[in-house]
Design a protein around this ligand. Structure first.
Ligand SMILES: C[S@@+](CC[C@H](N)C(=O)[O-])C[C@H]1O[C@@H](n2cnc3c(N)ncnc32)[C@H](O)[C@@H]1O
Length: 275
């Protein structure tokens, strides 16, 4: 983790943290732990270790997902010519954040990060929103209308022009009864033709059921889905080759190929374009 400022720096004398629930495992901080970051607490680490014990592949899933995000953003900002990004469920700042990857390919790229976790918001504001082309907004993917009408989103992104909406490792925190499909449809409806939707999502595998259990006590449950269930998020869109695949198989770069990483991580990823 290279944020240069971790959660411990906000600790109060009594051991608590202002406005932060450090006793409930938190999905953003558990993911940070999987990635080797320091922005997590004992409750996050304990829950994360239980997940890893039940599914030793977990860290590989996190790394594979993060690498997928990097390759997708490079493709979108470069080859696909996308200059604006709406990253919902952005997560705690880490290495190669979306605006950094995008702006390497297109210096003018604009990025709005959205997350429903106040901890993510404060860290992201301090570390990510460092230029006039990057903003951080509190928002919930279950309330797409609020995100789409948010004044900060509207001030930076022109939704009458192509945009990339990133829903990377976030929809598996939204159970069916909270209507993730309706939320994605509302976002897609608001996208101009030529826009892209990016989704990555934990795969449902019966043998990994125990690994999902610790999330029942976290700030959000995890809801793994089958290939067909994840594919439904792309309804009405055309999938960019190679389609919806294991994240490690989405346009693997030299790093993936040369290190002979096991491609079989239980996480799907895909990119759809709106025609
Ligand atoms: C596993 S992290 C993924 C971070 C980043 N997208 C990535 O793939 O590297 C999931 C993030 O989604 C956020 N999140 C969970 N539920 C959400 C919701 N309903 N609306 C917005 N963000 C949410 C969490 O706070 C966390 O930061």
């Amino acid at each position: 983790m290279t944020t240069g400022r971790n959660l411990a720096s906000q600790a109060l004398p009594g051991g608590g943290i202002a406005g932060i629930d450090i006793r409930t495992p938190n999905v953003a901080r558990m993911y940070d732990y999987y990635l080797g970051g320091k922005d997590n607490f004992a409750a996050d680490r304990e829950a994360a270790e239980r997940v890893i014990a039940a599914a030793p592949v977990t860290r590989e899933v996190a790394r594979g997902n993060r690498a997928f995000l990097g390759r997708v953003v490079r493709f979108l900002a470069g080859e696909a010519g996308i200059g604006q990004f709406l990253d919902i469920g952005a997560g705690l700042p880490t290495r190669d954040n979306v605006h950094q990857v995008a702006q390497r390919a297109n210096a003018a790229a604009r990025v709005v990060y959205v997350d429903n976790d106040p901890v993510v918001l404060s860290h992201a504001r301090a570390l990510l929103a460092t230029d006039e082309r990057t903003r951080v907004v509190l928002g919930d993917v279950r309330k797409p209308g609020d995100i789409l009408t948010d004044p900060e989103v509207r001030s930076l992104l022109d939704l009458s022009r192509p945009v990339a909406v990133l829903l990377v490792a976030v929809l598996h925190f939204v159970p069916d009864h909270e209507d993730p499909y309706g939320a994605v449809r509302a976002l897609v409806d608001a996208m101009a033709p030529g826009s892209f939707l990016v989704v990555s999502h934990i795969e449902h595998r019966p043998e990994l059921a125990t690994a999902a259990k610790p999330y029942d006590r976290a700030n959000a449950p995890v809801v793994p889905r089958t290939f067909d269930e994840v594919a439904r998020f792309f309804d009405g869109l055309e999938l960019v080759p190679p389609g919806l695949v294991n994240v490690r198989r989405w346009r693997p770069d030299e790093l993936v190929l040369s290190t002979r990483l096991d491609p079989d991580v239980p996480c799907f990823g895909g990119v759809g374009v709106k025609r």
